[in-house]
Design a protein around this ligand. Sequence first.
Ligand code: PMP
Length: 278
Amino acid sequence: MYLTYYNGQWAEGNTPLFGAMDHSVWLGSSVFDGARALRGHLPDLRPHLERVVTSAEKLGLTCPLSVDEMEALVREGVARFPADAELYIRPLVFASEGFLIPTAEAAAFALTLFDAPLPPFAGFSACLSPLRRPEPTMAPTDAKASALYANTARALRDAKARGFDNAVLLDAAGNVAEFATSNLFLVTHDGEVVTPALNGTFLAGITRARVIALLGEAGVNVVERTVKAEELDTAREIFSTGNYGKVTPCTRYETRELPAGPVARQARERYLAYTETT
Ligand code: PMP
């Protein structure tokens, strides 16, 4: 089921939101986020809602609702689904008015919730994308801006055409940034657990931060540093973090098979245990 809140009302189905003149439709002035409800638990909901506000600000938009107001709506929406539902929660802020520059005060808000079972701890394949993440002077890379996802779609389409599920994107300097749709962790050939240090070119994932903290509590130190593409060729484990799949092992990188390894498994288990506390 799709459930959308817009303009003070809840509606089921693919609710129309846009007008033909809306700035966001023509010129990409929209930001969104993705959070999850897992059997009544709402892991890191507030950071996701806070990021909607800051993403909007980075595009010069003003989110018309406060984080508290958005949280209340999310809880209201979740309560309309069965208690054991696994949902995807998507708040959206988009500009309606403005010709070239969107009118910040006229930004609108919509919230969509829909059934999306948490994918199992099953492996996915990934290749190295020919596309790179733009650097901050080239695009609003630190916002979850819809416009950036045109490149995500290009990278995924290319990966799928080559027989892979996902793609690793390098940053503009040629170092590993993230997967097309999630952040990237690896365990190097000598056992160091690493994730690319935030450098403003890719999303500062909320799941990424949570997994670093949870692994740290378990005595596994995650090193945030520059990661060279070649390190992926010799890694013992590669895995992704993101709100949709949480922690998912990459079990084929280019031509090489990798295990769904112990660090990824531990991160996934700890994340799910943490979810129960939210
Ligand atoms: N990078 C990209 C490009 C994403 O779309 C996502 C999913 N939001 C992530 C990383 C992971 O971020 P988070 O853990 O905050 O969902």
